[in-house]
Design a protein around this ligand. Structure first.
Ligand code: SF4
Length: 385
């Protein structure tokens, strides 16, 4: 195939629906002469802008010939679950886009179905066979962003894995999942269920995660904004469908009201609290208790209390609900009443060790707050199960 004149294909990723398209993608559609609606996505909201355009859809709608031009009979694709049929469907649409791009601006519309990046990879591979073909790829709200937003804020550093890529071996899949879990990445799982409700890889995922830590938090996101959040061990298999996405939290993920959240970089400026400063002045002189303080009239002040080393917390206010702290509503006060972690023996030891390199002066509590929060995170990852 050779081309004359301008040749342009705009690959428009739509995301889960038209509402997840970007304004840049919308403008590219308006500037295109031919619209190839690869996945028969409902474009009726754009009718006003599409009036003068040639629209090629997957199925011929004979009642609407002036708007939709269907494929030749020879090009029609039977809906089968066979992976080659699916690929051929992709190929034929891409080839059609390429052939129609000679002298035209073509918008090739696709969903993120079964692939985070739609068919961008295939299109780039195909177009490299031709001279003078220009591509522009417009992202949509990806399933990653969409699922994260539905659940709340579960992503910090994360790994995204397609669970049903047909050319990924069991070994590769297992290595990737295990690596992500062992290195405290949040895990985004795309395509959890294969064609025809094939659940082999999903069951493998369950086995690997359950072996590693079945207490991890899991978010299941389905279409139409529905979601479930539970511990991984309580996963409801019925809720995981072909188009679901899963987000498996790490040790720093927790549920805050109806949201799934992973501790991130939300930092509240520390305030000068005289009792805190006084405590750490004594701490630096080695005058504060180690282990349980049996002389304290408030003992036991926490449900799970093993050590009173940090009766006052060097991280205050961490503003991170993972360990039980919470905002007192309408008071702008961070309460540590339900944080037991800082009063357990193992975290106390880890924090003491870390403070040796940070706290030299009581005022470091304020001036080195970010360094202290870094230490908190390190100690959490080290001590949480
Ligand atoms: S006691 Fe717990 S909740 Fe309070 S600041 Fe320290 S780590 Fe955070």
């Amino acid at each position: 195939m050779s081309f004359k004149g301008d040749m342009m294909i705009n690959l428009i990723n739509m995301g889960s629906d038209i509402g997840n398209m970007t304004i840049n993608a919308f403008n590219a559609i308006i500037e295109s002469d031919i619209i190839i609606n690869y996945d028969n996505i409902d474009l009726s909201d754009l009718d006003t802008y599409l009036k003068d355009k040639e629209i090629i859809a997957k199925d011929l709608d004979k009642s609407n010939d002036d708007v939709i031009i269907g494929l030749d009979e020879s090009e029609s694709i039977e809906e089968t679950c066979d992976i080659y049929s699916k690929l051929e469907e992709y190929y034929s649409k891409i080839e059609m886009a390429i052939s129609r791009s000679s002298g035209n601006n073509v918008a090739l519309i696709c969903s993120n179905e079964r692939n985070i990046h739609g068919i961008a990879n295939l299109l780039i591979q195909f177009s490299s066979k031709y001279n003078g073909l220009e591509l522009k790829i417009y992202p949509a709200v990806s399933p990653i962003d969409y699922s994260s937003a539905v659940l709340g804020a579960p992503l910090n550093d994360f790994v995204a894995i397609d669970l049903n890529n047909p050319i990924v071996s069991d070994k590769e899949l297992k290595n990737k999942i295990s690596f992500a879990l062992k290195n405290d990445f949040v895990l985004f799982i795309h395509n959890p269920i294969g064609e025809n409700d094939e659940r082999t890889n999903f069951n493998k995922l369950k086995e690997i995660v359950n072996d590693y830590n079945d207490e991890l938090l899991l978010g299941i996101v389905n279409e139409t904004y529905t979601y479930e959040i539970s511990k991984f061990k309580d996963i409801n298999d019925e809720s995981v469908k072909e188009n679901s996405t899963l987000i498996i939290g790490n040790k720093l993920s927790y549920k805050l009201e109806d949201y799934m959240v992973t501790s991130s970089d939300y930092i509240v400026k520390p305030k000068f609290i005289s009792q805190n400063i006084d405590f750490f002045e004594r701490y630096l002189k080695d005058e504060t208790p180690k282990g349980l303080d049996y002389d304290c009239e408030y003992l036991p002040c926490h449900k799970e209390l093993e050590a009173c080393d940090f009766c006052y917390c060097p991280f205050y206010p961490c503003a991170d609900g993972l360990t039980g702290g919470e905002w007192i509503k309408d008071k702008d006060v961070w309460s540590c009443q339900h944080c037991d972690w800082v009063h357990l023996e193992e975290p106390c030891q880890a924090i003491r060790k870390g403070l040796e390199n940070i706290l030299e002066d009581k005022n470091d509590l304020i001036s080195k707050h970010i360094e202290l929060l870094k230490l908190r995170r390190e100690c959490l990852l080290e001590t949480l199960k």
